[in-house]
Design a protein around this ligand. Structure first.
Ligand code: FE
Length: 214
């Protein structure tokens, strides 16, 4: 994503004039120029790719799948049994989602997703990963002390609710199916989807309750 990388994993010297590009920006631009010059990439194709990840692909897709699972027990069963074809049923799939696994939170067990090796993330359902997901502290601490990490995200789970940590890889990527919040019986699928945050599907958050959502 030549135009959409983040700045968090290197030191950004804010004393530079605003027009000056960071070393990472310069490297990305130089690389893009060389690839375009040599005819390896088409700038229009790059723009289309970036546009896709900025507007079409994002957590609203995963939220749609979660809301469907909450209202349709048969879909929920298919989603948990074999997520990839179930997601395809509702038009979700593609690069980074070839082998999806959906894990459901229960009162007994909370699920948390990490990629300890790098930053593997289910793009078709969640879009681009947040900066913290790629950070070394999250990647190591999610495994070592998940309860403390969750507390920092403002999530305090009952002491008797187990936390299960799933390590995403390039081959297999996980998404959490959060529990349906109380007080949502009258809500339709679209209203339910609006309660499902990105973090709830990573496991660093919970689905919002209707009160907190307004
Ligand atoms: Fe990774």
């Amino acid at each position: 994503m030549a135009h959409d990388h983040d700045h968090a994993d290197h030191d950004h010297d804010h004393s530079h004039p605003a027009s000056e590009l960071s070393p990472m920006d310069l490297r990305v631009r130089a690389l893009e120029s060389v690839l375009v010059e040599k005819g390896y990439v088409d700038p229009a194709a790059l723009d289309a790719l970036i546009e896709t990840y900025e507007t079409k692909v994002g957590p609203h897709n995963g939220a749609r799948a979660v809301a469907r699972a909450w209202v349709d027990p048969a879909f929920r069963a298919r989603l948990l049994a074999d997520a990839t074809p179930a997601l395809r049923e509702i038009g979700i799939g593609g690069r980074g989602g070839e082998h999806m696994v959906v894990v459901a939170n229960t009162p007994e067990e909370h699920n948390l997703v990490v990629c300890t090796l790098c930053s593997c993330y289910p793009w078709p359902v969640l879009g681009l990963p947040p900066v913290w997901y790629k950070s070394p502290p999250y990647r190591s601490r999610a495994v070592i002390e998940p309860r403390a990490v969750l507390a920092e995200f403002g999530v305090t789970l009952p002491a008797d609710q187990r936390i299960r940590v799933w390590d995403s890889t390039a081959e297999l990527r996980y998404m959490v199916l959060p529990m349906r919040p109380a007080g949502t019986d009258g809500l339709d699928e679209a209203a339910l989807a609006a309660l499902v945050t990105r973090d709830a599907m990573i496991g660093t958050g919970l689905a919002r309750t209707p009160e907190r959502n307004t």
